[in-house]
Design a protein around this ligand. Structure first.
Ligand code: PRP
Ligand code: URA
Length: 210
């Protein structure tokens, strides 16, 4: 596997992903668990955040203690389904700014169609974490990365719950500088470009629209 692809193997994550995959999981549980997995994936995706130290005093003595260097960070969900992951990221990195990128797949061509974009004013200076539960054909992720690079962003990561080998191949080929964090790499895509076994339509399951 490409060194830019990080499959996060953790028993808690695997267990929660199984609940998501189950077609009988309720909308409420699905939404809550997407958020929880968002937290667990963020833990890995932020592993390289730089630290500095500051002097504090414990009840016992003074010490130079590690603290985040305060690097500027933004999370960018691909609407709609990416919204389900934002809360988990913000619980881990409360100071992050949020940019929104509206995009849906045209159901015939599978090409992404952009309908909204609102980024933080200073997004070019920020490390950006693009979030979306599903990386299927890779069309939406590639378009999102193109747009974020268009703002001048240099350090971009992509975080997804489930990826298809095709999506990984397509994104790593076009954007070899982007690290991809995912909870699982599945077998492939079906004739409708849904991930197999996958978890179905993530947006519909998060928002209860089916
Ligand atoms: C889904 C998913 C991704 C995209 C992945 O969004 O959330 O954005 O499809 O597919 P791709 O890798 O083949 O581009 P969808 O178009 O269903 O929109 P939604 O989030 O509004 O439901
Ligand atoms: N979008 C989804 O929501 N699910 C898939 O399996 C593929 C794209």
């Amino acid at each position: 596997m490409n060194e830019k692809v990080h499959v996060v193997n953790h028993p808690l994550l695997s267990h929660k992903l199984t609940i998501l995959r189950d077609k009988d999981t309720s909308t409420k549980d699905f939404r809550e668990i997407v958020s929880e997995i968002g937290m667990l994936l963020t833990y890995e995706a932020t592993r390289d955040l730089p630290l500095t130290t500051k002097e504090i005093e414990t009840p016992i003595c003074k010490m130079e203690a590690p603290t985040l260097k305060g690097k500027k960070f933004a999370v960018v969900p691909i609407l709609r389904a990416g919204l389900g992951l934002v809360d988990g990221v913000l619980r881990m990195v409360p100071s992050a700014r949020v940019g929104h990128l509206g995009m849906y797949r045209n159901e015939e061509t599978m090409e992404p169609v952009q309908y909204f974009c609102k980024m933080p004013r200073d997004v070019a200076e920020r490390d950006v974490l693009i979030v979306d539960p599903m990386l299927a054909t890779g069309g939406s992720a590639n378009a999102a990365i193109d747009i974020i690079k268009g703002y001048g962003c240099k350090n971009i990561k992509l975080m997804v719950l489930v990826a298809a080998p095709k999506g990984i191949e397509v994104v790593t080929a076009k954007h070899p500088d982007v690290d991809i964090y995912c909870g699982a790499v599945d077998q492939g895509l079906n004739e409708n470009s849904y991930i197999v076994p996958g978890l179905g339509d993530a947006g519909d399951r998060i928002f209860g629209t089916k």
